[in-house]
Design a protein around this ligand. Structure first.
Ligand code: SF4
Length: 330
């Protein structure tokens, strides 16, 4: 079956503002290469995680897929249709209903002057799907689904009357009211108390099953990716360095960057902690305006050879479904 989303050689470069001196000297414009040629597919019904440290390009990728950002080059195909450069008017007609995003911060993503019921009903109004009694019924039903019960009580509350976890449930309800096919969840638990993170992840998994959803899950937290995702791609400085099932990538990481990332976090799973040894990544992440030549990880890699500084490794399949970009793993 054709994947729901196909991303091919996707790039997003942001121009860097030139200083007065640079303009006088007619210096060439420089770019932050936030996403620099990534290829992957999201299968229908799966949870696909994009993981990596802050600045690796994962959130930019999410924004490109929901078309909040215009790609510099490459292709995004949804359900067989190329949406890379589809105009906003056309996107509004069909794509915006089918693809929804849940943002990281439920405090910032809800309008403080809108009651919960109004906020969840808003997408129904924008797309002219329901009104009056039918609209209210749909909202109450969605409140029940996200665990805000009794729904009549929450319908008339304002965001400031809710806890962080309850606000994120409202944001989830608002994203799902249109019955999308793809939900992009951008670090949906990282702004929440640790105690309620697992409740929100559990809710997302329950709703996925009930509403037949596909998720693109963006995270810096490999432990939550291990809990929620089926497959994962690890990004470093705008590139995918490893991709595969969560079992392959997180229980048997092959790329030195994935190994180091994974060793730095406590994952409460006995199968994983058995073989893990803390690996330190030396140095700081390089500047994305001027990334290292060859393999972008080479200045920090314990395995680096001369070849790594001059030739960029391709993402290769090293075992069925497990891809790694490293010259040492051919
Ligand atoms: Fe390290 Fe070279 Fe592999 Fe890059 S290609 S991860 S520098 S060994």
């Amino acid at each position: 079956m054709r994947p729901l989303v196909e991303v091919e050689d996707l790039k997003k470069y942001f121009p860097v503002e030139r200083s007065f001196i640079e303009r006088i000297l007619s210096r060439k414009r420089r770019y932050v290469k936030a996403v620099d040629g990534i290829t992957f597919a999201i299968r229908r019904g799966e949870v696909f995680a994009l993981a990596g440290e802050s600045g690796c390009g994962k959130t930019t990728t999410a924004y490109l897929i929901v078309r909040l950002l215009e790609p510099t080059s490459g292709r995004i195909v949804f359900n067989g249709r190329d949406i890379t450069h589809e105009p906003e008017r056309s996107l509004r007609r069909w794509y915006r209903r089918r693809v929804q995003i849940i943002f990281q911060d439920p405090y910032a993503s809800l309008n403080p002057r809108m009651k919960v019921g109004e906020a969840i009903a808003h997408p129904l109004e924008i797309h002219g799907i329901a009104e009056g009694k039918e609209k209210k019924e749909m909202v109450l039903d969605m409140l029940r689904k996200v665990g805000l019960t009794p729904p009549e009580l929450f319908y008339n509350k304002y965001p400031h009357e809710l806890s962080g976890g309850q606000r994120q449930r409202v944001a989830i309800a608002r994203a799902l009211i249109l019955r999308p096919e793809l939900v992009v969840a951008d670090e949906p638990t990282s702004a929440l108390d640790v105690s309620i993170r697992s409740q929100i992840l559990k809710l997302l998994l329950e709703l996925k099953k009930e509403l037949n959803l596909t998720y693109l899950y963006i995270t810096h937290d490999l432990a939550t990716a291990y809990y929620i995702a089926d497959r994962i791609a690890v990004m470093y400085l705008g590139k995918i360095v490893e991709l595969g099932s969560v079992e392959d990538v997180l229980e048997n990481p092959l790329h030195p960057y994935t190994k180091a990332l994974l060793s730095a976090i406590p994952i409460p799973d006995p199968r994983m902690s058995r073989t893990r040894r803390r690996v330190k990544i030396p140095g700081e992440p390089p500047n994305p305006i001027n990334p290292p030549t060859g393999c972008r990880f080479h200045p920090r890699c314990p395995w680096a050879t001369k070849l790594c500084a001059v030739e960029e490794p391709e993402l290769r399949e090293v075992s069925p479904g497990h891809y790694v970009a490293c010259h040492m793993l051919k």
